[in-house]
Design a protein. Structure first.
Lengths: 377, 422
């Protein structure tokens, strides 16, 4: 049975020049016409959504980035459950988003700089919506998370390619800037990647975990070349290999459907990653960009929980409330360490600041560890 | 009602007469233990959790310690109270040899993390006591803010301790909003209890510091032999003991009129981590060691006297005509006759935290004392010691904390701190 909440997301990339030609689409009221796309004008400080009261069904958005920063556009259900999103919209470009929305109250968000809660606005969807059965809600979680994985892997492919290109071009500054950005998409979906045990260490293995006789490759090997050796003249082949492996894992990840139980465990494992590797600064020991990974792990954990949210609310609403509170506390604690569109270096944080983050993660991870039993129960 | 694995073990090993066969299981064991009972003779048995005073104070000192201080990290008073209720329930269970949670370490569904961590499975209660205390910063934080609306209930006796001469305190292992003292005759049982309480408290509290101890350095009962500290001397000979009920009323338990009524029947806990400079002490001659302490190293008898429990007599002269116990001897400086009658119940433990990177043992005494008012008992005694004790050459106080330990929880309908928070 096709789920009522099933949303189809089709992302079409329009070339900048093409977008400029489609004059009428740039008008804020263009989307008001019934059935036509709703225009979203995203700038660095604003997020104008042409229509905020629509009928249930497939809703089409046309998002144009009129700002100077790369942006993203999201449609969220309660608890920041992603109903649809377009990632990685470069300045000047437009992208389409088709999302199927049952009746309810939603939020739209533009995220200039691809960071934070974004610029939020209300979206009301009219019509009738019957509640899902518990089983359907669980099944929907799988579909919803697959959608998330797809959106992340699209961006992962693109940003890794840019990173690889910069490494091969010998552009150290650009490569250093792209390193934590590309990793963000990787870290958000790491539970999926880890299913493929042979690829994960080739892509993300740290120097000390590489088994004897196995070459040290992937993100962290290039990180070492960039920050410690200060020499990427020989890093080209390793960058090419990284791209090959990323493509392979992306293809596998998109073919994989995580069970609700895997989602619950994945949400917990992402926080375990934070607690063991990021808090300590072990993950990005040469670049010290651990807080980027930290944030991405938390976002990925939240995405998995969001996918499960309707099922969790039916089964244990108190737990959902507790998770909301603790996710918000983590965000608050982490947001103190923002630096521009990115994050402070791990080495810039004092021990009490790291302890505060560690406490916040532990406070979240304990209730998250209860989710699997709720899903299984 | 199911009998958990640990409980079945408890019943089997302790042999609670007439109860093992009863179908009522857990409730029967708890009910039986809720009556004031004689001290547990078997080191593996259970100490009653419920009672007028908290266990772990005059309970015959167990051999092992895990002491932990927590910072409260929530601003939500209700969450803190809920956690104290959860802690109380878990403590009542664990002290009776049961798992921390109702499901247990191995009887839950495979998808869920167990509500007990499991390392105490198959172990007896081991005399476990869990004793809670509230620190000064729970009432007002460093900025003076009344964090949980209880500042007006802060007892005057919970005023910060003064700085003592020679203190080398490390803030990160000092103080704390809450403490739990876990004592047991099996270190794994004590660690299990603290670990599970810390886990239950996640999001509400965060471990600030913790300390493992071994080899109790005091006896708190006349039935117990006096143990030795890491200087090799018997320690706690002149301690307050469980049998000294009149002295305990006078020196140990806070009573009506002392301060806010929620502390009536409670006691104040001072914890001081005292690093011993073991290596230089060991190079000191026997005579000098004994002079510093004021007792013989072998029997523990006061210098110039015969037996360990001889009442200290400071008038006895040695062969040279000088007092056998020097004026600056540790036992004299600390004695109640020299401190306006002030006495304490000491309940400290030895510690060895590995080595210090310079080839020296990181070792010493984790001093714990309980008293009716630390400012009238611990403080004057410690001031004397800090100013005059020759032993100071061999010790360094590296941490300090003061906690108000409320009275006991009378029954399962009550919880740690109810009178403070209601």
């Amino acid at each position: 049975m096709r789920s009522r909440y099933l949303a189809t997301v089709a992302v079409a990339l329009l070339a900048g020049g093409l977008a400029a030609c489609s004059g009428s689409d740039d008008q804020a009221d263009a989307g008001a016409a019934k059935g036509g796309p709703i225009t979203v004008n995203a700038s660095d400080t604003g997020c104008e959504v042409g229509l905020t009261d629509v009928d249930a069904g497939t809703v089409q958005f046309k998002v144009t980035n009129k700002g100077g920063k790369v942006t993203e556009f999201y449609v969220y259900a309660a608890g920041d459950r992603v109903m649809g999103e377009v990632e990685n919209i470069a300045p000047g470009l437009s992208r389409d988003l088709h999302v199927e929305l049952p009746a309810g109250t939603y939020e739209t968000a533009c995220k200039p700089g691809m960071i934070g809660k974004g610029i939020r606005g209300p979206l009301k969807v009219n019509g009738s919506a019957a509640p899902l059965t518990e089983d359907a809600a669980l099944k929907d979680a799988t579909t919803s998370y697959s959608r998330y994985v797809k959106s992340q892997t699209d961006a992962l492919l693109q940003k890794t390619q840019e990173f690889v290109d910069a490494v091969k071009a010998g552009d150290v500054a650009k490569a250093k800037g792209l390193y934590p950005v590309a990793r963000t998409y990787w870290e958000r979906i790491e539970p999926v990647a880890e299913i493929f045990g042979d690829l994960d260490p080739k892509i993300d293995g740290r120097e000390e975990v590489i088994e004897e006789g196995m070459p040290f490759t992937g993100f962290h090997a290039i990180e070492r070349d960039l920050w410690q050796k200060n020499d990427i003249s020989n890093s080209g082949p390793m960058a090419d290999e990284l791209m090959v492996n990323i493509k392979e894992i992306v293809a596998k990840a998109n073919a994989e459907q995580l069970s609700p139980l895997q989602l619950a465990n994945g949400a917990k494992e992402l926080l375990d990653e934070v607690a063991t590797g990021k808090i300590t600064g072990e993950e990005d020991r040469y670049s010290h960009t651990d807080l980027w990974d930290f944030n991405a792990n938390v976002e990925g954990s939240k995405a998995a929980i969001s996918a499960l949210r309707p099922a969790l609310e039916q089964r244990n609403a108190d737990l959902v409330k507790q998770l909301d509170t603790e996710f918000a506390n983590v965000d608050t604690a982490l947001s103190k360490h923002r630096a521009g569109d990115g994050w402070k270096l791990h080495t810039e944080l004092a021990q009490p600041e790291l302890k505060e983050l560690s406490d916040a993660i532990n406070a979240l991870a304990e209730p998250i560890s209860k989710v699997a039993a709720v899903v299984a129960g | 009602m199911n009998i958990t694995r640990r409980q079945a073990m408890t019943i089997a090993s302790v042999g609670v007469a007439g109860i093992a066969g009863a179908a009522a299981g857990a409730s029967a064991v708890l009910a039986a233990d809720s009556e004031p009972a004689a001290p547990v003779s078997a080191a593996s048995g259970a100490v009653p959790f419920y009672g007028h005073n908290q266990a772990g104070i005059i309970t015959p000192a167990q051999d092992r310690l895990h002491f932990v201080a927590f910072d409260v990290i929530t601003k939500d008073r209700d969450r803190l109270v809920t956690m104290l209720q959860d802690w109380t329930a878990a403590a009542a269970r664990m002290t009776q040899g049961q798992d921390a949670g109702a499901i247990g370490a191995v009887d839950g569904i495979p998808e869920a993390p167990p509500d007990d961590t499991g390392e105490a499975l198959d172990l007896p209660p081991a005399g476990l006591t869990l004793t809670i205390g509230f620190g000064p910063t729970l009432f007002r934080d460093a900025t003076g803010a009344d964090r949980f609306g209880i500042a007006a209930k802060r007892p005057p006796a919970l005023a910060d301790l003064p700085k003592f001469p020679g203190d080398a305190l490390q803030p990160e292992i000092s103080g704390g909003d809450l403490c739990v003292q876990a004592c047991a005759n099996d270190p794994q049982v004590a660690v299990h209890a603290i670990r599970n309480l810390a886990r239950i408290g996640m999001g509400v509290v965060s471990v600030r510091w913790s300390q493992l101890g071994f080899g109790r350095t005091s006896s708190t009962s006349r039935d117990q032999a006096t143990p030795r500290n890491l200087f090799g001397f018997k320690d706690g000979t002149a301690n307050l003991k469980a049998e000294d009920t009149a002295l305990l009323d006078e020196h140990l338990w806070a009573r009506a009129g002392d301060g806010p009524s929620w502390m009536d029947g409670g006691s104040y806990l001072v914890a001081r981590k005292i690093r011993m400079v073991i290596e230089t002490w060991d190079r000191t001659s026997l005579g000098e060691q004994e002079e510093i302490v004021g007792r013989t190293k072998g029997s523990g008898a006061p210098l110039g006297q015969q037996k360990e429990f001889d009442e200290l007599d400071f008038t006895i002269k040695g062969a040279d005509g000088e007092p056998a116990i020097a004026d600056v001897a540790h036992v004299k400086l600390a004695h109640h006759s020299q401190n306006g009658g002030a006495r304490m119940l000491r309940r400290g433990y030895n510690f060895v935290d590995g080595s210090d990177g310079l080839g020296r043992l990181n070792a010493g005494l984790f001093f714990i004392s309980f008293q009716r008012d630390a400012h009238k008992q611990f403080v004057p005694i410690q001031l004397q010691l800090a100013r005059h004790d020759v032993m100071n050459e061999y010790i360094r106080h590296v941490s300090s904390a003061l906690f108000a330990c409320p009275p006991g929880v009378p029954d399962a309908g009550d919880y740690w701190g109810r009178a403070l928070f209601s």
